[in-house]
Design a protein around this ligand. Sequence first.
Ligand code: FMN
Length: 429
Amino acid sequence: MPSNSLSRIFGITTFGESHGPAIGILFDSPVANQDFPYDRIREALLRRAPRSNSSTARKENDDLEIISGVFNGKTTGAPLCILIRNQDARSLDYEPFKDLIRPGYADYSWLQKYHIFDYRGGGRASGRETVARILAAQLLRDLIPDISIETITLQIGKLSASLDGVCEPNYFHWPDRDTYPKLLRYIEQTKQKGDSLGGIIRVVARNVPAGLGDPIYEKLSANIAKAMFSIGTVRGILFGDGHDLASLPGSECNDQFVEGKCITNHHGGILGGVSTGQELRFDLVFRPVSSISLEQETVDYQERPSRIKLSGRHDSCHIPRVIPVCEAMLTICLADAIQYQRLNSGKQDLAGYREALDKLDEDLLLLLKRRREIVQQVKEYKLANHLAPKDPIREEEILQKAANLAQELDLDVDLVLRIMKLNLLVSAK
Ligand SMILES: Cc1cc2nc3c(=O)[nH]c(=O)nc-3n(C[C@H](O)[C@H](O)[C@H](O)COP(=O)(O)O)c2cc1C
């Protein structure tokens, strides 16, 4: 069963390993004739790239190599295949551990399953794989133009942020200016000890339309949870008030309608698996990454006891790097849900109407261009056959036909005649 599909609705598959030649995506059926969002993708990739001491020292340019599906800067509707070459992988770093199971990695379980494991970096289990998700999300971003997604970090290791705090934007999305220096020291000290830290983040999406998600097996909450769990190190997801909902009585958990409107949002914008139109909100729990440079007990591939002390380039606190990945996965989930809704309800939303109008405007301009070409051919014909360039009787005929058709189609006859006269005026030039 294919299992590398990121979006079944759009047919997007990702591929590639940490130390292979490239990471990439194959987008089966992209919308045709759209500007390829090159700058936006570059910007989004930069957000995921390591940018602090807490992140891996591996420096990848993440340059895009478009293999197919783009012509003159626009999508053609043909399969879109994009590669990002791995240029700074140092596979030799991993040679000393190639026969050892690295604790906490996917090595052991994947070895049990496949009887072979690409130990270089982490192979397909590496965080490097997530670069493909950023690409995919940016290609779908235009489908959710009105939705904004924001993330804050609630906790890193044992340090919790005070939500009353204020903070300028920072790499860790830490919403608490007072404890920010302490956080940086804590992460640096943990790194110096050769250890790593996990944390908890809160993701919020605003302007999510009501009605997304399908009962029973395609619940929006279930699909979001699945998408988030596909990201390495995710260990939990809690929608809305999360743990608190377990201890509160029903009377304090129900979002009551006061004067026709919900004034609370304890459930994070999803009820019965379907979005309510309120803010979509969930918390994600991350374990620390497994690559630490402290000595650990392990076994080799023959399951003989051994010890391991890892070296190489790793994220000691990967939280800032997973944030863009979680936002990308949510973008994909919401774009999927919106597209599913369009295909199934036959009811258009504003974005759908606008898309249809844009397409019609484009068709109108193409028709005008085609008309101009034919007018030019008529001019050349008349010139070659010594005929008068202007023909008032013919022009009157054209206007009369347009007026009759406008009446038949219940259009504004005066407006149509004005447009047609302008058309004739332009043709005469
Ligand atoms: C953006 C990102 C960066 C990561 N960096 C590292 C890393 O430097 N070292 C490491 O051991 N794991 C890293 N991971 C985690 C591994 O991918 C993950 O722990 C591993 O595949 C095992 O999967 P699991 O944690 O879901 O069990 C990273 C994950 C993400 C999403």
